[in-house]
Ligand binder design. Structure first.
Ligand SMILES: [Zn+2]
Length: 360
């Protein structure tokens, strides 16, 4: 995320954020199990379709080591290429290094690595086509840049590692009825620039976007509850995650918040329904090393990142297999308050109260 929040963190502390589920959220079942056995069946509506293979486990054995390697290389823990260690992903040269690495990762997964360029930056992306031609498109993305002098392991190498893991996993799911775009956004930290340019480009191409999902900061979980905050969900996007969680037998609490300081904000002005995923940012269980030189590999909770990625894998398997009719009516982006103001309001009102829509 991009804003300076020392003041807002103080607000959260004063408000005494708690872990109980407020009205309007799916409370889930909190767990303090340090290494839960995740039952990652997708099940239900997509797992037993005639002519389709069973959806493979959303918790593949390669998951943690794959994500550790990505976060290590992006955050300078290990060399991103021989002899090159990134101190941040803010300078032009370091962003170029990171971008090349990400394109190579997509290529290694078997994708055509694409680049959506704009004045000043470029967003690497890849498309997993539907199993038969489809005009339905789902977007999942995370920003790859960091603040100057910050290795950005949590913010946001973790989100990148989640998106790449979904890109790897989803290839093993057949009978996909939508195309899925995997995007790594440039220049989030200077004002959501890359995601805005990508949203504008999607709009200019008249690409039919069903929903946009962005992930930012997914590596801190000091209370061990594996909870995820779902930011500004349009339409039924929150309910869809709750349904996937249930179908997959997962137990992490899912909370809705009004947080708007990251990439999902870029898409609504173009008419795209969006949702953001993050650690418990509003709820106060978030990295204390935010936007500092201490946002390092060693501080990332990879078990938590894995837990969230399992939900994301299950969710995108499910979304990709859903028919257009099963998505329900197109979600209409809501009119949200300006990003920073909305974020401050959530904090000031005591953690999560600013946005608690009726269940749908
Ligand atoms: Zn971020």
């Amino acid at each position: 995320m991009r804003i300076a929040v020392a003041m807002l963190i103080a607000f959260g502390a004063i408000a005494g954020c708690t872990d109980d589920a407020p009205a309007g959220t799916d409370g889930g079942t909190a767990t303090t199990d340090a290494d839960p056995s995740i039952d990652a069946r997708v099940g239900g509506d997509v797992d037993s379709r005639p002519g389709c293979a069973a959806v493979p486990t959303a918790d593949p054995t390669w998951l943690t080591s794959y994500q550790q390697d990505i976060v290590a290389k992006l955050s300078g823990q290990t060399a991103i290429r021989p002899g090159v260690y990134l101190s941040d992903r803010a300078t032009v040269s370091n962003r170029n290094e990171a971008r090349t690495f990400l394109q190579n990762q997509l290529t290694a997964l078997g994708y055509t690595a694409r680049l959506q360029s704009y004045a000043g930056g470029a967003n690497p992306y890849a498309i997993l086509e539907a199993s038969s031609p489809s005009s339905s498109n789902i977007i999942i993305g995370a920003h790859f840049d960091s603040v100057p002098g910050g290795p950005g392991a949590n913010d946001n190498a973790t989100g990148v590692a989640a998106v790449l893991a979904v890109a790897r996993y989803l290839q093993s799911v057949d009978c996909r009825q939508s195309n899925v775009y995997f995007v790594l956004f440039d220049e989030e930290e200077v004002g959501l620039v890359g995601s805005f340019e990508f949203a504008k480009w999607l709009s200019q191409q008249s690409i039919n976007v069903v929903s946009v999902h962005t992930i930012d900061q997914m590596g801190w979980d000091s209370d061990g509850d594996r909870a995820i905050e779902l930011e500004r969900p349009d339409g039924n996007l929150y309910v869809q995650y709750v349904q996937t969680k249930s179908a997959a037998g997962l137990t992490m609490p899912l909370y809705q918040t009004g947080t708007g300081a990251t990439d999902h904000v870029s898409f609504r002005p173009f008419g795209f329904a969006a949702i953001g995923l993050t650690e418990e940012y509003v709820n106060g269980d978030t990295t204390p090393y935010y936007h500092t030189s201490n946002d390092t590999y060693d501080t990332v909770n990879f078990a938590y990142l894995r837990s969230t990625t399992v939900l994301a894998n299950a969710h995108f398997a499910r979304l990709a297999r859903m028919s257009a009719a099963a998505f329900g009516p197109p979600a209409t982006p809501r009119a949200w308050p300006p990003s920073e103001a909305g974020h401050a309001m959530v904090r000031a009102l005591g953690c999560r109260a600013a946005y608690a829509p009726a269940r749908q």
